[in-house]
Write a protein that binds this ligand. Structure first.
Ligand code: SAH
Length: 231
């Protein structure tokens, strides 16, 4: 049968996910399904590089994280991304990971992105609108991106089952711990030049347990002015 559309990009996205599975980065079917459903090629400025396992510049002195980092964070948060749950993505950038979160929590859940560069927020909306998997969730309201300082979290829909931070904080912002549900999990890179990806679990009594998953290198979670100055 003759096909009138090009399956090229979808196949490359699938191959990227299969590669992450074969390297053991993705072990959950739900994470694999979400990353297969959301074509990374729709979220990067240069589509030809979209499926390469490295970060890419998205302007404004920041990058979209590499696929293996997105996969690792989805894996770490997997149990807190079940249908109907609430997730906050701080520093949502291209909107790629927020879209994956939204697909996992579904139309009964809520995925909120917060990004402090208005232009990036606007282009993330366009990216999401181009995604067959994510655009219905945006239209229906379970997926939304806001402009704001993510160090304050997003109180409107707190508390969250999962919070992801896509930029490195010198210390964990108190507001993010406050906005975590008991049983909720925060994944955040912490540090300056040398950073650890920290996993913060809020226990049922409100106390928190913190562990370091691995060493990472993220752009800073900072003020808009400092970021645009390239600090
Ligand atoms: N996770 C996204 C972007 C990673 S780059 C992706 O993979 O596409 C980090 C993002 O955090 C950038 O878009 C940057 O503009 C944003 N950022 C940095 N400090 C911030 C702050 N205080 N509040 C909100 N967003 C912030």
């Amino acid at each position: 049968m003759k096909q009138f559309w090009s399956p090229n990009s979808i196949n490359k996205n699938k191959a990227m996910v299969e590669n992450l599975q074969s390297h053991g980065v993705i072990t959950s079917d739900e994470v694999a399904k979400a990353m297969e459903a959301v074509d990374r090629g729709l979220f990067v400025p240069d589509r030809s590089c979209a499926y390469v396992d490295s970060p890419l510049s998205i302007g404004y002195n920041v990058t979209i994280s590499a696929p293996h980092m997105h996969a690792m964070c989805l894996q770490l948060l997997e149990k807190n991304l079940k249908p109907g749950m609430r997730v906050l993505d701080v520093g949502s950038g291209t909107g790629y990971l927020t879209a994956c979160f939204a697909v996992m929590v579904g139309s009964e859940g809520r995925a909120i992105g917060v990004e402090h560069i208005p232009e990036l927020m606007a282009s993330s909306i366009k990216n999401i609108e181009a995604s067959d998997a994510a655009s219905p969730l945006l239209k229906q309201g379970s997926l939304a991106i806001h402009v704001g300082d993510g160090r304050q979290g997003w109180a409107e829909f707190a508390p969250y089952d999962a919070i992801h931070v896509g930029a490195a904080a010198p210390v964990i912002p108190e507001a993010l711990i406050d906005q975590l549900k008991p049983g909720g999990r925060l994944v955040i890179p912490v540090g300056n030049l040398f950073q650890d990806l920290q996993v913060v679990d809020k226990n049922s009594d409100g106390s928190v347990s913190i562990r370091s998953e691995t060493s990472v290198r993220y752009v800073p979670l900072t003020s808009r002015e400092a970021q645009l100055r390239g600090e």
